[in-house]
Design a binder for this molecule. Structure first.
Ligand code: ADP
Length: 234
């Protein structure tokens, strides 16, 4: 619970976020500047010009991506909560990711709880959460990858759960303690906004996310959604 409070403080600490954004945007800007300067030098052969151009575009895309993701996080949620079949939703996302699974040689095993009732969710945002969590799972897996997805309805607490487990690199406790911080990333080219966005979306649904991880073994993320804790205003 304490950690929850701490994290919320992080998310609302505008100064910290702004500093993070500046830092994240400054890097691609610096490298764009460097390559534009190189382009300005005389005697550049065509091949260099082409390569620099490509780097410049990818750096601009990166800066743009950071801004895009950040806006998503900062944007007040537009409620579009409808009763949806969670199992069908999970299945659609698996289908979306299936070509990546094939390419990366990762097996996805899914088990669906038939007793899962229709859940009050914002479909596109829940899909975004599932895609983010699955992308992280893919990112953590090397050889012999396996991702297991389970849906489960707990009638006692009236909660729907979606568990995504991977047998990837896992995380040490220090890393695990930081993953909810905006801009925390261990990936080259990572934004560190994926999980904060997931947390914020699930909280908007009145739910929460649990993450367990063991270094060298893998990671399990569980989305816990109340069946009807969200009451639409008016
Ligand atoms: P990003 O993917 O851009 O790094 P995230 O917020 O999604 O941003 O993740 C933050 C960090 O949490 C990752 O860089 C990685 O270190 C760690 N992480 C997240 N999911 C997993 C996972 N399934 N397995 C191992 N590490 C993970």
């Amino acid at each position: 619970f304490e950690e929850q409070i701490e994290r919320n403080e992080c998310l609302t600490a505008v100064g910290q976020m702004a500093a993070g954004i500046c830092h994240e945007i400054r890097n691609p800007l610096q490298s764009v500047k460097g390559f534009v300067q190189l382009l300005g030098e005389e005697n550049q052969d065509n091949e260099n010009v082409k390569a620099y151009g490509e780097i410049i575009i990818s750096e601009i895309d990166r800066a743009n991506g950071i801004i895009q993701e950040f806006l998503q996080l900062a944007k007040p949620s537009v409620a579009k909560f409808l009763r949806k079949d969670m199992n069908a939703l999970v299945e659609e996302v698996i289908l979306l990711m299936s070509s990546e699974a094939l390419m990366q040689n990762v097996a996805i095993e899914a088990r669906f709880d038939e007793k899962m009732p229709l859940m009050l969710v914002d479909e596109s945002r829940i899909k975004q959460v599932l895609i983010n969590l699955l992308s992280n799972a893919f990112g953590a897996i090397s050889a012999q990858g396996l991702i297991e997805i389970d849906t489960k309805y707990d009638a006692e607490t009236a909660e729907g759960r979606v568990t995504i487990s991977d047998n990837g690199t896992g995380m040490d406790p220090e890393t695990l303690a930081c993953i909810n911080q905006p801009f925390f990333t261990t990936k080259e080219g990572g934004t560190g906004l994926g999980l904060p966005i997931c947390y914020s979306i699930i909280e908007d649904h009145g739910g929460h996310i649990q993450v367990e991880s063991a270094l060298g073994k893998g990671t399990t993320c569980t989305i816990i959604l109340p069946e009807s804790a969200y009451f639409q205003p008016d």
